[in-house]
Design a protein around this ligand. Structure first.
Ligand SMILES: NC(=O)c1ccc[n+]([C@@H]2O[C@H](COP(=O)([O-])OP(=O)(O)OC[C@H]3O[C@@H](n4cnc5c(N)ncnc54)[C@H](OP(=O)(O)O)[C@@H]3O)[C@@H](O)[C@H]2O)c1
Length: 275
């Protein structure tokens, strides 16, 4: 997408840690926004915050685990902005917990939010993008979907699904004018789900900032990359190793302390729970 100014984007997860950083960066580049999340007060605060930018800012609350609200969100976005050129699937749900203690309704909510919502929002908005021969689907996945995440297996599985889906669509939509990019951050500092745990990422794995994730979104919009990895160096050799030998990568990850680090992020069990 060469000319970004005047484009319209739907951003999910705008109320969270990384979402506002993406929103600010898009607005600063002249992109009109439909901001979404469940918390209306946060949406209001963010749209006030962006008032000085010369772009249109609209908001719509929606619970992405509900099909009716998801469809309503897509309709609202199109009627508020006229058309959607860019969909940013940023909303996500993570829980770090031993799998036997992961509540089934939480597993379901993670699959609906992290996988089903991006799949369906894209399915709803793609036909109009194809008709115009112009559009970009950007999904915020995770390194957890590329390497495996002990104690975050549901999260990791949903992000792996998002990555493979994105790559499949990128191949399928070549030469249509619609681009697809999956962005994979590692541990993100300063804001968001990892920052709330108030722990430093292990040096052997590294971390990135929410600003770097927002920069990756802009980079995606200026290119036709199927995937952008956002992280400091240490994790990259591990990812190369994973593509050659998943067992060797998992063994090295364990040696680097990944399992113990993630175990330390789990909440203690309630008395009635069994480990
Ligand atoms: N932070 C990290 O370290 C990190 C690393 C790699 C990838 N990521 C990915 O980056 C994205 C943003 O993460 P974050 O750290 O900013 O997360 P966050 O602070 O927990 O925010 C999550 C966002 O998702 C929205 N959301 C969650 N469940 C929803 C639902 N059922 N319906 C509608 N919206 C829902 C939340 O909005 P409401 O609560 O208002 O609904 C919020 O805006 C996620 O996809 C995450 O997996 C994050």
């Amino acid at each position: 997408m060469s000319q970004l100014s005047g484009k319209n984007a739907l951003l999910t997860g705008a109320t969270g840690g990384i979402g506002p950083h993406i929103a600010r960066s898009l607005a600063a580049n002249g992109i009109n926004l439909l901001l979404s999340g469940r918390r209306a007060d946060r949406l209001q605060d963010l749209s006030e915050d962006l008032r000085s930018e010369p772009v249109r800012i609209e908001t719509a609350t929606a619970d992405l685990t509900r099909m009716d609200e998801l469809r309503g969100l897509a309709d609202n976005a199109v009627s508020a902005l006229g058309r959607i050129d860019i969909l940013i699937n940023n909303a996500g749900l993570e829980e770090v917990v031993p799998y036997q203690r992961h509540e089934p309704d939480q597993i379901q909510a993670a699959v609906l939010t992290n996988v089903m919502a991006p799949f369906l929002l894209t399915r709803i908005l793609l036909p109009a993008m194809l008709e115009r021969g112009d559009g970009h689907i950007i999904s915020i996945a995770s390194m957890a979907g590329r390497l495996g995440m002990p104690f975050g297996s549901t999260y990791s599985g949903t992000k792996a699904a998002l990555s493979e889906w994105g790559l499949s669509l990128w191949m399928e939509l070549q030469d249509t004018g619609v681009k697809v990019t999956t962005i994979c951050p590692g541990f993100v500092t300063d804001a968001g789900m990892f920052a709330r745990k108030e722990r430093d990422a292990p040096a052997s794995i590294g971390s990135c900032t929410p600003e770097q994730v927002a920069e990756a979104v802009l980079k995606a919009l200026h290119s036709d990359k199927p995937e952008i990895l956002v992280n400091s160096m240490p994790v990259r050799p591990l990812m190369t190793l994973k593509s050659i030998s998943p067992v060797a990568a998992a063994t090295l990850g364990k040696k680097l302390g990944l399992v113990e680090f993630l175990r330390s992020l789990t909440k203690p069990p309630r008395d009635a729970d069994t480990e």
